[in-house]
Design a protein around this ligand. Structure first.
Ligand SMILES: C[S@@+](CC[C@H](N)C(=O)[O-])C[C@H]1O[C@@H](n2cnc3c(N)ncnc32)[C@H](O)[C@@H]1O
Length: 320
């Protein structure tokens, strides 16, 4: 059984209520705050109270966000990342995980590592995961046992015009912990053994699964109309936070958070898994879309779940 969620706010100050309050599977509470997360994390959440944070910050690439200037001087931006990391360290549980998704443009491949260096000023880098967004697999490389009919190209990428750089088909998911020693539930995101001939002993021990490793192919869902289907310029698919949550270990998550929640991809993942969750963003229109997604998710849930049926799982944007 999952432990009770920890107290969320420090006594004393009276911060405003959440912008939106929703309930996920099992009535897990999902709170979305319209505020700066660097200040908001330690203000809203008790020290050491968050078991997993999964997020993707702005990368300082000049993306047109609704309420954030994504073109700041490099040092100023990196200092800000350092302050964010300090806030994360404050709220992160002793055996907690912080998953930080970052990418860099092909012309600036060191950017993710400069960001990581600032986070490493506060936390220990325990794993580096490569989020593969698109990949080409040659039939000849796969071997005959898989019966691939032809070469395969899957996923989406952003094409660039260049005779110097390759287009970017992957981003990083840096995994940080306080001391680099947090055990993970590797088989919760494991994959079946392909060659079962000489692994019988291991198969018995692991239920036929092996560690997935640190390359995760997670394509975006294909959409028709960007403005209505994914109204945000820089999202990750909900499958990304879902996998991070599972890898950390669902039974050990009393509270999850995303300091840059955008249109709520991580909130959706948490709601599906029944994880209590807190998200922050500075753009009201993104949080409104996140609340709408949570509402749609709640409507899909089978009827008859006791609390959800009584109260209505989503209350929509909270009244101030
Ligand atoms: C890369 S996007 C995250 C998108 C999100 N992962 C999703 O799938 O929707 C970064 C988000 O950070 C938000 N943001 C920028 N500065 C912020 C701050 N100080 N506190 C909270 N959110 C902020 C932006 O509005 C933007 O939505």
């Amino acid at each position: 059984m999952r432990a009770a969620p920890p107290a969320a706010a420090r006594p004393g100050s009276e911060p405003p209520p959440p912008f939106a309050l929703a309930h996920g599977a099992g009535d897990a509470e999902i709170r979305l705050f319209l505020e700066d997360s660097v200040a908001g994390l330690p203000r809203r959440l008790a020290p050491g109270s968050v078991d997993v944070l999964v997020t993707s910050p702005p990368y300082n690439l000049g993306v047109e966000y609704a309420a954030y200037d994504d073109a700041r001087p490099r040092e100023e931006y990196l200092d800000w990342i350092g302050r964010l990391a300090a806030s994360v360290r404050t709220v992160l549980a002793p055996a907690g995980s912080f998953f930080l998704n970052v990418g860099g443009p092909p012309r600036d491949p060191r950017l993710p590592w400069e960001i990581s260096a600032r986070v490493e000023g506060q936390l220990v880098l325990q794993n580096v995961i490569h989020w593969v967004k698109s990949i080409a697999i040659d039939r000849s490389a796969v071997g005959s046992s898989h019966r691939l009919a032809r070469d395969l190209t899957v996923g989406h990428y952003k094409p660039i015009q260049s005779d110097r750089y390759l287009h970017g088909a992957h981003e990083y998911i840096f995994h940080y912990t306080h001391r680099g020693d947090v055990p993970l539930d590797r088989l919760a995101v494991g994959v079946p053994y392909q060659d079962t001939s000489n692994v019988a002993r291991w198969r018995r021990a692991s239920g036929g699964l092996r560690c997935r490793g640190n390359t995760w192919f997670l394509p975006y869902a294909t959409i028709r109309r960007r403005r209505t289907d994914r109204p945000h310029p820089a999202t990750f698919p909900p499958e990304l936070p879902d996998r991070c949550f599972r890898l950390h270990g669902l039974s050990r998550i009393r509270l999850a958070a995303d300091p840059f929640v955008g249109i709520g991809s991580s909130a959706v993942a948490a709601a599906r898994l029944g994880l209590p969750f807190v998200g922050f963003d500075v753009a009201e229109e993104y949080l409104a879309e996140a609340a709408r997604r949570l509402q749609a998710l709640a409507a899909e849930r089978p009827a008859g779940r006791p609390r959800a049926a009584r109260r209505g799982p989503v209350t929509g944007p909270a009244t101030p």
